[in-house]
Design a protein. Sequence first.
Length: 687
Amino acid sequence: MDRVIKNPVRGNRDTNSHMHSGSAADSAWSDGSNYSPPAIDAKTITLPALNALYQTHRSFTQLRQTRQGLWLAALVYLLFGVADAFLLPDVAVQTVTARLIAAILAISVMEVCVARRVGLHWVDLSCAATVVVGYVAWLIPATYTTAEDAFRYYMLFGTIFMMSANLFFNLVFRLSVMTSATILVIFLYSMLHAPALSLEQTVVVILFYASCFLFTSYVNWKLNEERYNVFLNAVEAAHQHSEAEKRGEALERLSNTDYLTGMENRRAVDKRLRDYWNDWQSEGKAFAAILVDVDFFKKYNDFYGHQAGDRCLILVASVLNDTLKPLNASVGRYGGEEFIVLSRVTGRDQVMALCEIIRSAVEGLHLVHDQRRDGQAVVTVSVGASYTRPQSGPKLERIINEADRALYSAKANGRNCIRLFNPNDPLTSDDNENIAATLRMAVKNDLVHLVYQPIQNLRTGRVEAVESLMRMKMVDGTPLSPAQFIPVAERTGAILDLGLWAIRRACTEVLATGIAPMASVNVSAIQLKSRGFALAVSTILEETGVSGSQLAFEITEGIDMEGQSDVIRCITDLQALGIRIWLDDFGTGFAGLSWLRLFPFDTVKIDRSFLQDARRPAGRAMLEDIIRLIRNRGLKILIEGLETADHVELMHELGIELGQGYYLGRPVPIDEVKIKSFPRLASVSGL
C-alpha cells in the first residue's frame, strides 16, 4: 500500500529477516497465530521496505484466513445453485454445472498454492481470478434463460462478487478495484446480450452496479488503511515492548554489576553462590569460595588519593578477570577492597593452586605501594579459601564463614599469602566460632570479668595504679586466655562492646570506690577507629563520677599509626578528657618509633622480653639503649614482667621508677585487691 507513513515507528531490531514474504508465508501455513510484528527503526527503514514488511505481516495474518474464506465462499457459491433452479429453471443445469466447475477450479488452485507454499501476492491473484471466473461462469449460461423477469432482478446479485473482491477476501486496494471494475465491465457488456430492459430499468441496474462498485471500493480503501494503521500500531507496540525488555535487562544488569569495576556485585555473587551450593547439595559438584583482600588498601587510598584507589581496584579486578576467565572461575566484588572467586574444584591441591595464581597475578601488576611499611613496595592481596567437603555442613553461610576465617589467618600471618581453611588452625578453627558465639553473650551471662594487677612506684614503694585485665570463660566454665578470645573479639567486632564494658567496670570497681588511685585499661586500634568512642568514654566518666586523670589507656605498639589520622584524632580527644595514654609492649612491633614521633605519650611500657634478655650483656645493652631513647623523649618508663628479686634489683640499678610483675603482685579479682605499700627502694641516680 503506497502511502505516506503517519505513525512514527521507532526501534533498532534488524528487520532484514522480515523483508521476504516467501519465508513468512512458509511459516504462516503451519501456524500464523504465533506471529508478532517486529520492532523497526523508522529513522532508517524505507517506504518500500516497510511495505515489504507489511506484506510479511499480511502473510502471517491472512493466508490461513484466505484459504478458509475461499472454501466458505465456494460453498455459498454452490448453494446459490438452488436459487438458479428456482429462478432460472431452464438453464439451471448449465449454471449449476458452471458453478461446480468454477468452485472446483478455485479450490484446486488454492490447494496448489498451499502445497507449493507460494507468496501471498499469488494467493491474492488467484482469489481475484476466482471472483471474476465465478461471475463469468454463472453469467454466461444465465443470460440464455427465458425467465426474463426473474433474470432482470436476479442479475442484481452479481454485486455480491464486487463485495467479495472488495470486502471478503481482504485484497489489496488496487487489486480489489481492478477486480470489481472487471466485474462491472463484464456486467455492462452482458447488458447487450441480456433480455431487453426498459430504459428506466437499464439506468437503475447500471446505477446500482456503479454505486456498489464505488461504495465497496471506498470501504475496501478504508479497511486497507485501517489494517495498515493497525500494523503500524502493532509494530510500535512491539518496539515499546522490546524497549521495555531491554530497559528491564539493563536494570537487571545494573543491579547485578559493581559500579566501579564492572564485575558482578555482591547481590549477583550471592545468587551465583546459591546456585553453586544447590549443585553441590543435589549433584555433589564441589566448589571453592575464595576471598581476596587488597593488603593495606586504606593506606593506599589515604596516601595516593581516592581516584588512585579506584584505579587500583579496577586494575586488580581486571587482572583477576583476565586470569580466572580461562579457568572457568567467576569473580565478583564482595565489598570495599574485597573480591570473591567461585570455582568448581576437585580437591585441596587445586584450590591451593588457584589461590596462588590469584596472589601472584596481583603481585605481578607491580603497582607501586610504598606506604605499607612491611618490606613490600607493591600492591598485594591476602587470599583465604574454603571448599565443599562432606563435613561442610548443611548451611551455605558456613563455607563463606570458613573462607573469611582463612582470610583472617592470611592477614594475621603477614599478608601477601594464601590460607586454606584448616579446622586445626587456631585462627580459623571451629573453637574460634564457639568463642565468637560466647562473646556475644559474655557480658549478659557474667562470662567475663576483670582482674587487677598492681603497678608500683619502685622509689616510694606505693602502688600508683592497677592494670585492668579481662578474663573470660566458656559456658561450661572452661577458662580462656586473652590470647584466645581477644583476637576473635577484634575480628568479630565484639571488642567494641567489651572494651566499653571494661572501662565502665574499672571505673565503678576500683576508681569510684577509691580502691586504687588510677586504673589502666587496654584499648585496641579497632576501638580507637570506632566513631564516637571518645564520646562514649566521656559519658562513662560522667555517669561514674570518675575524673579522666584517674584513667589510663594502654595502646599496643604493634599498631601502625602512620596515616591513621582517625586514630590520632581519637587519642587527642581522649587526652582532652584528662585520660593518660600509655604505649604498651614497646619494642615488639614495627611502628614503635613512628608512634613516639607522632604522639606525646605519658608513659611507655617496655615489653617483658627485654627484661628477660637483660641477663646477657648484649641484652642489657639493648635495654639500656631503649631506656635512654625513651628518657630523651621525656616520657615515663614502666617495665613489666618483674618476677624475681633480681629483676627488682636491676630496676634499682637502671633507675626505673615504675614496675609491674608477679613479684610485685599477681592479677586478682576485685574482691581480692588489697593495695599495700612495699618497702621503699633505695634511690639511685641511674641512667
